[in-house]
Design a protein. Sequence first.
Lengths: 100, 567
Amino acid sequence: MQVQDRTLWKIKSLSREVLGGAGSENYRQKLVFDLLNAVKANDQNRFLWVLLRAINAHSKDNPKARELSSALMEVFPSSESDFEKVAYSVILGIMAGGES
Amino acid sequence: MGGEELRFTGNWFIDAGILGFVNLMEEVYGWDLDELQRRIKEEPKKVYYGYFPLAYLFYHSVYHQYIKDVQTLTPKISETKKKLREVETSLRLLEKELSKSPGKEERKLKKKIEKVEKKAETLRAEIEELSKKIEERKRSLEEEKKKLRDSSNVLVERIIKNAGDNFVSVKKDLVEVIGDYKLQIPKDHRNFFLYNPKKEPVFAFQYLYWLLKMDYRRLMEIKSGKPPTYELIPDSTINPFLYSPVEFPNVSYTKPLTTSQISEMLPAGMPAYVIFLSFFNAFQWISDSYIMVYTPELNGCYAINKRLKIHIQSSKSNERLFKLTWSAIIDEIVETKARFSLENLYIVEFENIENQKLKGVEYIGIPKLHASIILDDKIRDALNTSLPTGNSNIWLLGEFIKQKPLYPLISKHIWNAVRKNSSPKWRTSLYALAVDAKLRSEGNSGLFGRAFLDRPERAAVEVKDFHRNMNGVAMTIKELSPEIGGKNLIHPLFSALRRHNRNAFVNTLLKALLQSKSKDKVAIINSYLFRRVLNNDSSWEDFALALVIGLVGGGGDASSGQDIVED
């Protein structure tokens, strides 16, 4: 089943809220870089590991973190093309964090 | 009794005959469509049975001969002109040499120059003579036309009155007007009675008259007792688009239409054979094929073809057929805002007729979606340009009309610009990508899907939306380019696009964007990536290539006018 646009919007927006402001600018840059490498290699395990570790470290108590985790649970594991979409939605969400 | 005005029937073959009839009458008598309609309303019999057969005989003798002569003379002129150019070049070289050379060579050179000058003079005289010959032929054609026009009113009146005696009493008048005509067989007729063997013009007139009247008894008399065949059931004898009784021996089971059945489809009073005899006058010769532009409405179709004719006459003949044709069509349609015509437009084209067989026949139509996009001035202007793509230049609008995808062309164009370190045509490229994205998003909805039945009112608006979006983001990334090492990104991004690898494209770009300090600009690009590239499986490549265009630069090319940020 293809992941829906609505879900991607939700994941992007939750990622922004949960991790967009996490840590320093440098930390986020490093995080995004790690995530980008994982997507490039199409390594879903690595991607989730890096992502969940970040959520755990910075936003454990944030109710939105739980929401993001459950949204991710719904779409993982996924096909290669869906993984790309979900992963980039997360990454773009994090990158959008500093904007608001 | 008045006749019914000419109108199209919706059957392109019959309509081509009607258009051919209008063209023939205009060529010979100078009547435009309005004048012809008026005459048909007032005196249909005179037009169909008097003026028309006379015009047919004139066209296939005097006019035919004129075309033949001009076609022999014109290449001779261009050949001589070429020779003259060569001689003039050598003359210039000699003169240059003379101005530099020392005194002792002077005499020798002067002699040479004199000789070459003489040669040039002879060639000039030759050209003048050939041009005079063409003028002469033109003048004599006009004289012949005038002669026919002046005498036809009285002659036609008498023909109609005296047909009953098989024209015995008007024979003398007929001989006087058309007696010198030498019939030349047209390409589309084979074994047609008039040309097999060639008949005397007055006899030919009699045959045509009874053929139009569908009087088969008289026709039998004329054909010395032979029963009518194609006169009754028209076949490939008269038109290669029709069936051939030789090649289709089972034709008697399939019952082709008879002349009288075809007459019933036509405007009242119009003889069916007018259609078959004029059919090929609907076609025009452009570069190396015969073409007719067809829309199922007489006035529009007539206007388009007339405009095309004017374009052909005024063009330098080396312009490409497709561009010529479509610019005539589009000009006409844009002027009249006839969306209906464009949506129902076809081009019927064939290369030649050899042994009564059509060669290279093509029917080109244009889908509604394409039509609605073309009718938008801004988009049409942007696409109506020639785009360098490496080895050759392509006319983008032509490719669009032929329903070719534009993305590969723009990709080639951008790559060409990268290789040559030149600026791509920014506005044209972005509009082409926007159009391509729109067409891809429509997808292939099947023969009777939405795209087929609905009028795509919003197509042009959406294309402009896409363009605005692409243009905005391309400008943004252009500004960011120095900060993120944009020039170094072009190759990896291009390579990702060539491999249709969205992951690699987005990954490479995002890694570069991470280094940027201009967060607001990065946000614009990120939002674009999310909406147009990630969440768009059908046309993400169009939107992705727009980003590459931004990095390659340009944005102010000669064809673009000034409005880069627009709409």
